[in-house]
Design a protein around this ligand. Structure first.
Ligand code: NAD
Length: 440
């Protein structure tokens, strides 16, 4: 029903107060309904109901009491013609399981092209996501993206050792680049990628999704605002298992992966320790282990344990492995409190609890923080940087620094000695401005 022609729509009926509305919705015969209709009176909407438009965005006044959490503002998606167009390079698990579906939750990005070396997979995925055949490329024809104005950003989601080539080719084609972690398989490659993007005048962002994840951003605020006292230590674990036949996967080939569990998943512990504090380590110690005679570990390591010492005295103890059941727990030990974060590096399911003394008793408080899609957040951050000509928060230099630190970790594990690192001045030395869309 509509309001046209004097009929009331369902919203109008619900606006009725008290018994009138109840009678109308539940009442029995036609007579009762007519009587109810007579008693109905239209109440025009107030600004509390309609909201208002500010800067092109709809906002509603808060209508819940102070005891309830305020609702987030409604999403403000860009129209299709304003969105930034992305080409996805490499149609593997991460692209198909996480990145392509995340476009549906993005507010600023759109999928405009696909790149794959497997024609039937390319055709199938293009059909699923409505990408025309003219916007599908293979690796040999990749450089033709130069002539495709619908592509503004190239997102490289290939095996680690291939990142450099495709970042450089994308930059040479005049496209901005979002590159999966780890940025490269050496600091030399990583530096070359930064130089190529600088030379071409395009933006380079490394896909460190945890820096766009709300629980980890909240933890960062606790660290930086000092409300829980000094951050003394962190225990970071990122472990998972690999199928017995995993040796065939590129992740177990040194030339393609550049290492084992460390660059693949241990990197989350390393990068998050740096991101939380904004400091850079001045010393690392490490040890590593791989089961002998296991073909999965003929070229890359299974397990690495590493310790990072930061200038403030903060120490991070990190464990990564392909040999232990999935666990992604992060614990932060402050002078006055402990933060526990199960699933800290997972795609979903993060939690954050704070344990401290309250009125003489130990209290453990679970913060209820709404989850967001980390991949959509990354796409939107990159799109915002392109639209507003900003340096990405997780810049190429951020990726170079992790490569250097991973090289120091391997050196320590190899030599059995700590490795000292040159101090880096200031905080967040390698990051662009914090993502404005995630502030507040
Ligand atoms: P995957 O093995 O599932 O996919 C890799 C894709 O590259 C496949 O489509 C494969 O066909 C293609 N490819 C092209 N040339 C290849 C070659 N010579 N050897 C092997 N594959 C080749 O891998 P993935 O899990 O999608 O990982 C891709 C990248 O994304 C890696 O850099 C990885 O570290 C990163 N990653 C990031 C996250 C995250 O949470 N941000 C999660 C998983 C993977």
């Amino acid at each position: 029903m509509t309001e046209a022609g004097g009929r009331w729509n369902r919203r109008g009926m619900l606006k009725l107060t008290g018994a009138g509305a109840g009678g109308l919705l539940l009442g029995g015969g036609a007579g009762a309904a007519a009587e109810g209709a007579e008693r109905r009176r239209y109440v025009p909407p107030s600004p509390v109901d309609t909201g208002r438009v500010e800067g092109g965005k709809v906002v509603f006044p808060e209508w819940r009491g102070p005891a309830d959490a305020p609702s987030a503002p409604p999403p403000a998606p860009l129209s299709d013609d304003q969105r930034v167009g992305f080409a996805i390079v490499g149609l593997g698990r991460l692209s198909l399981e996480e990145i392509l579906p995340a476009f549906a939750e993005s507010k600023q990005a759109k999928l405009t092209a696909l790149v794959s070396g497997t024609p039937d997979k390319l055709a199938a995925v293009a059909r699923q996501y409505g990408v025309p055949a003219s916007s599908c490329y293979d690796y040999a024809g990749f450089d033709r993206i130069r002539d495709d104005p619908a592509i503004q950003v190239v997102y490289v989601v290939l095996p680690n050792a291939m990142h450099r080539e495709y970042v450089e080719r994308a930059a040479a084609a005049g496209k901005h680049v979002l590159c999966e972690k780890p940025m490269a398989t050496s600091s030399a490659d990583a530096r070359a990628m930064v130089a190529a993007c600088d030379k071409a005048g395009v933006r380079l962002m490394i896909a460190y999704r945890i820096q766009y994840q709300p629980h980890n951003r909240r933890a960062q605020r606790f660290v930086r605002d000092g409300s829980l006292g000094r951050l003394v230590g962190m225990t970071a674990t990122n472990v998972q298992t690999v199928a017995a036949n995993g040796a065939e996967q590129w992740r177990h080939k040194q030339a393609l992966a550049g290492g084992g569990s460390l660059p693949d998943i241990g990197l989350y512990c390393l990068n998050t320790a740096r991101f939380l504090t904004g400091e850079e380590p001045v010393e690392v110690w490490a040890t590593q282990y791989s089961p002998p005679n296991d073909p999965r570990y003929a070229e890359v390591e299974e397990t690495v344990s590493f310790t990072l010492r930061f200038p403030s005295g903060f120490v991070a103890n990190c464990l990564t492995s392909y040999g232990a059941r999935d666990d992604k727990h992060q614990r932060l030990n402050f002078a006055d409190a402990t933060i526990d974060m199960p699933n800290a590096y997972s795609y979903t399911g993060q939690q954050l609890s704070v344990t401290r003394l309250e009125e003489g008793k130990t209290a453990r408080t679970e913060l209820v923080i709404p989850e967001t899609n980390q991949f959509a957040a990354e796409l939107d951050h990159m799109a915002g940087c392109v639209r507003e000509n900003r340096r990405p928060h997780t810049s190429g230099e951020e990726g170079v620094q992790d490569q250097l630190l991973m090289e120091a970790i391997y050196q320590s594990a190899r030599t059995g000695r700590p490795v000292k690192l040159d101090p880096v001045e200031g905080r967040d030395a390698f990051r662009g401005p914090p993502p404005p869309e995630l502030q507040g």
